[in-house]
Design a protein around this ligand. Structure first.
Ligand SMILES: Cc1cc2nc3c(=O)[nH]c(=O)nc-3n(C[C@H](O)[C@H](O)[C@H](O)COP(=O)(O)O)c2cc1C
Length: 173
């Protein structure tokens, strides 16, 4: 059972969860939504606001939902959901309804942002800042370039204000 919690007291636990597990980035609204596995995200503070930043390649189906909506969610599922994380990170919502395939049911946070009810931690984020990563800005060539060997665009960076957090007992993580 997810319950709202206060970021001021739970930020350390959020960071701990992100350090150990991948997450689902879910975007859309009550009429249509998609989710995908993300390995890269940060939570912290920017412009005096609690923020979460995610990185989405333009070829992802999720990208269109991120562009269309002002709110999205980042969720951590209990560790046993390995198959869900694998499917949501390898199949596209263009080809399969990942929620149905994984038995995920949706609830909605601020701005009608969808999130899976099976999560143990959910951050609801309001889009603040969007910028494309730029190859010209890379300062550590070999480490970073290896992520861009295959065809595909550089990630778009989305920094969102964390406006709500839901947790089902984050202290147990
Ligand atoms: C562990 C893992 C982490 C991933 N992290 C990201 C990420 O941070 N950003 C991204 O754009 N894709 C990431 N992906 C790839 C997407 O999850 C994958 O391409 C997915 O199928 C896209 O689904 P969609 O087309 O429905 O949006 C990751 C995949 C895995 C398995």
């Amino acid at each position: 059972m997810l319950r709202p919690v206060d970021i001021r007291t739970h930020l350390p636990e959020v960071l701990r969860a992100f350090g150990g597990q991948n997450a689902l980035l879910t975007a859309g609204d009550r009429t249509a939504a998609n989710t995908m596995t993300i390995g890269w995200c940060q939570a912290g503070r920017l412009w005096n606001l609690p923020v979460c930043t995610v990185y989405v390649r333009p070829e992802r189906y999720t990208y269109g939902f991120m562009e269309a909506q002002d709110y999205s969610t980042v969720s951590v599922l209990p560790a046993e959901h390995r198959k869900t994380m694998a499917l949501c990170g390898s199949q596209s919502g263009r080809d399969v309804d990942k929620f149905a395939a994984c038995g995920l049911t949706l609830a909605y946070g601020a701005g009608d942002a969808p999130y899976p009810e099976q999560a143990e931690l959910v951050l609801v984020c309001r889009k603040l800042y969007v910028q494309d990563m730029d190859a010209a800005c890379v300062r550590a060539e070999p480490e970073i370039a290896r992520f861009y060997g295959e065809p595909g665009g550089w990630h778009r960076i989305y920094t969102g204000q964390i406006v709500e957090i839901y947790s089902s007992g984050i202290e147990e993580l």
